[in-house]
Design a protein around this ligand. Sequence first.
Ligand SMILES: *Cc1c(COP(=O)(O)O)cnc(C)c1O
Length: 376
Amino acid sequence: MIPFNVPPFLGTEPDYIMQAVKAQKICGDGQFTKLCNKWLEDKTGTAKALLTTSCTHSLEMAALLLDIQPGDEVIMPSFTFVSTADAFVLRGAKIVFVDIRPDTMNIDEKLIEDAITDKTKAIVPVHYAGVACEMDTITEIAKRHNLAVVEDAAQAVMSEYKGRALGTIGDYGCYSFHETKNYSMGEGGALLIKDPKMADEAEIIREKGTDRSRFLRGQIDKYTWVNFGSSYLPSDMNAAYLWAQLQKADMINDNRLASWQRYYDAFEELERDGFVERPIIPEDCKHNAHMFYLKTKDIEERTRLISYLKENGVMAVFHYIPLHSAPAGKKFGRFHGEDKYTTRESERLVRLPMYYGLTDEDITKAIDAVIAFYKG
Ligand SMILES: *Cc1c(COP(=O)(O)O)cnc(C)c1O
């Protein structure tokens, strides 16, 4: 069976983990965490990057830094992972879902302005599949209405929009290093902070509300409780695992893009014959091959395709059940406007195996199985 995902592993991870162990510094903000933070800052150009325990926690930190209060409204797509909403729901915010664009499956930037009320505090674009949302329009709307922009860039490490790294365009950017993402530390993430003035406050929230980060840098001789906070910093052992992959980020990215391109080229004919649709990457976007998906005719055909692939040794999966139709989504949010594409397009989407090191033989097998399903 060709798995749907294999967590990235290069072989150097155990060495780095042992280095952290031998340094007797396995808690947060050790040598590997610092290396990863620095790498993220250099690579993306963000003012400040902080490794966190998950993208979910990065989103929670952004909600805290923005001082989201009960009754505030936050605009986002319904076609996303639960964490995008959860982080703001925990602060008592109401989630306002707007429809997606059928081409990229990203929030439809043209529908955002109509969903804004005097309670709106933030817009949370999600860069689905590592393909950028229309950020120029979104930042322009945010500026005009004095709203914050938090990028859910969980899937978008190494992706770009008009030459800028995703996660650095809004006020905050949230990355995921979960084992299902392009670069991993098991569970983990990062918060990218645009305004350097917010960096100290972010460090305090991440360190249980204390100024321990300043203390560790020798800027003060005692650390104390200065604000609210939580524990959002990962163990240096996890950072060591991630460091191995960040060092080889280009190699991993090239490998994934090559797999993605093979799928893309192989399904050209199926698309021409009207059986499936392939992903669309807008001109301004450089994607990272986070996933390869196809769109089937409808949900019934998708169900049959997924079982056919399984019978033929290929694990394919779908996601997401749109948040506004889930019990918690009904409780904590509302859909603004018409659900023209969110439900319909999400029901057609099927993801094929995609991971670093996916072999040529396995890609061929997956491609052949899909073609056989349609053409017999
Ligand atoms: C994976 C993912 C998350 C959550 O990431 P964690 O690191 O597991 O918390 C959030 N949003 C999106 C869009 C994701 O794909």
